[in-house]
Design a protein around this ligand. Structure first.
Ligand code: AMP
Length: 538
């Protein structure tokens, strides 16, 4: 029997129409070197229409890829609205990729037009001659260098086109955005989001059981718009009436603290390394004021316990942990403690990667492909499926990444009866010592709780007796000191005895990936090259 319901396609156009009408006067604040630039949702929607008209005149047709090489800012948001709504595909380019990877993703994605921020021209100039199919480069901001040859000026294009572009009626299953995985091994792989997947993902971010973004919120968007659509928040904001603060390149602890104090967001999203920097910087800044925030959302990597406790104890601020991947749009689990949890026990849930969000299904599977019990104890690989989880990669076969219609996440851990996931490692980062798993994530989280430690990353190194043992790489806080013995003593009551690392090294900084996560591949390579000064305790 058929339903009687209408079949309105879930497209970006409907999100724009909703936001520019109900929330016309809501604002987007872009932080610039010269001050804060403001625009209303209505103004942004009209400028998106002008941009679409300009792109259409440049020959951008449905299905064509338009790349963006940009910071989080207003023009980038305009591209987020205009490009998918006109039927083309927005390809967000990671501004921190190595040149050869950048050229690869532009060519693989088939971009014909690219919009770039003028401050990024020098980076882009390195690959301009390697991307022959790119017909037009549009520069946002003054292009004074000429390093890219002929370019078009973004503001001139906007000014020379009228609003009123009629958004076409599209198929909700059409491609809207593409984003490449960060590619820690091999070439990055393209994930292509549909209008429908972005729509449903936005609804999920509005539910109170997840991030609960709503009209009362003003969100400081630290997660980059070039990586998994800034966790989908651009569309959620337009749908929910959430104001946005765009930090552009001001991503260090001090400017973020200033933005929070002066622009008073209610929520902010970022990776744990950024929040760690903010917490440490705030310690020496008596003017730090987090009172406007109802929560900060941290995800993309394990959130150490000390970070959650630090914000809670010093500022009464809740850190909400989330888990997701490029392949999962990314929101798939959010660690909100179950209702009724006493305040002093909430931390036991907050340190977990997340609780499954309504709309996706998660399971843990053994090496043999058997589904494991949800008992919070049995370890296996997480597999996930749902309407905003990728079913394939763009242009490549990757059968090893899928299992009976589920995406194999490559994350190892446990799932419990209440739907909370705990991650012990990425499968490629696991430490197998004497046949048993040691969780690098747990070791890091505990070492980072030491007052002298700024950051710590743990990797497996070969061991003749145990196959592998953990090597703990530590960055001390400026002016602080601690020895390997002291740190091991600190860890002793916190983890199993056989987990305690005997190998330690002190380094100036943990290498980071293009999206700010610990880059353990680089650490392992440094170790293999003998470039680390390793101290081995008895
Ligand atoms: P990416 O696709 O680059 O965003 O990376 C996704 C990966 O980040 C996941 O597969 C996890 O390994 C990691 N990740 C994301 N969120 C968390 C979290 N809360 N805890 C631990 N790892 C996480």
């Amino acid at each position: 029997m058929q339903s009687t319901m209408q079949d309105a396609p879930l497209t970006i156009k409907r999100i724009i129409n909703h936001g520019e009408w109900l929330y016309a006067n809501k604002k987007v604040f872009t932080v610039t070197p010269g001050g804060v630039q403001e625009a209303t949702f209505y103004e942004i929607a009209k400028r998106a229409e002008r941009l679409a008209a300009a792109l259409a005149e440049l020959g951008v047709a449905p299905g064509d890829r338009v790349g963006t090489f940009m910071w989080n800012n207003q023009s980038h948001m305009e591209a987020y609205l205009a490009v998918p709504a006109m039927g083309a595909v927005l390809h967000t380019l990671n501004i921190r990729l190595f040149p050869e990877q950048l050229a690869f993703v532009i060519n693989d994605g088939g971009d014909s037009v690219i919009i770039i921020d003028h401050t990024l021209i020098p980076v882009f100039a390195k690959i301009r001659d390697q991307i022959p199919q790119v017909r037009h480069i549009i520069v946002s901001g003054p292009d004074e260098t000429g390093a890219l040859g002929k370019t078009l000026d973004y503001e001139t294009l906007i000014a020379s086109h009228q609003p009123g572009f009629e958004w076409p009626e599209l198929n909700e299953r059409d491609a809207a955005i593409m984003c490449y995985t960060s590619g820690t091994t091999g070439n990055p792989k393209g994930v292509v989001y549909s209008h429908r997947s972005l729509w449903l993902h936005s609804l999920a971010s509005m539910t109170a059981n997840s991030i609960g973004l709503c009209e009362a919120d003003r969100c400081l968007l630290i997660v980059p718009m070039f990586h998994v659509n800034a966790w989908g928040v651009i569309y959620t904001a337009f749908f929910a009436g959430t104001e946005l603060i765009m930090p552009q390149m001001f991503l260090q602890g001090a400017p973020i603290i200033t933005m929070i104090r002066e622009l008073r967001p209610t929520i902010s999203l970022g990776v744990p390394t950024i929040w760690n920097d903010v917490l440490h910087t705030a310690e020496n800044d008596p003017a730090a004021d987090f009172s406007s925030l109802r929560a900060i959302l941290a995800g993309g990597a394990a959130v150490p316990r000390h970070l959650i406790e630090g914000f809670r104890d010093r500022y009464g601020l809740r850190v909400i942990q989330g888990w997701g991947m490029t392949e999962t749009s990314p929101l798939a689990a959010v660690a909100i403690p179950p209702a009724g949890t006493p305040r002093d026990q909430e931390i036991d849930y907050e340190v977990k990667a997340g609780r499954v969000v309504a709309g996706v299904e998660l399971r843990v599977v053994s090496d043999a492909g058997e589904v494991m019990p949800r008992d919070g104890k049995t370890i296996g690989e997480f597999e996930i499926r749902g309407p905003w989880i990728t079913a394939s990669y763009y242009g490549v076969d990757a059968p090893d990444r899928f299992h009976d219609g589920w995406l194999k996440t490559g994350d190892i851990g446990t799932l419990d009866a209440e739907g909370f996931m705990v991650i012990s490692d990425r499968s490629k980062d696991v430490i197998k010592s004497g046949g048993e798993w040691i969780s690098s994530v747990d070791l890091e989280s505990n070492v980072m709780a030491h007052p002298a430690v700024f950051e710590a990353a743990v990797v497996a190194i070969p061991d003749p007796k145990w196959d592998e043992r953990p090597l703990c790489c530590v960055v001390l806080r400026p002016g602080a000191s601690a020895t390997a013995e002291e740190l091991r003593e600190f860890l002793a009551p916190r983890v199993a005895k056989w987990w305690l690392p005997e190998h330690w090294c002190f380094i100036d900084a943990i290498p980071k990936t293009s999206v700010g996560k610990f880059d353990k591949k680089v650490l392992r390579a440094l170790y293999a090259d003998g470039a680390l000064d390793v101290i081995t305790l008895d």
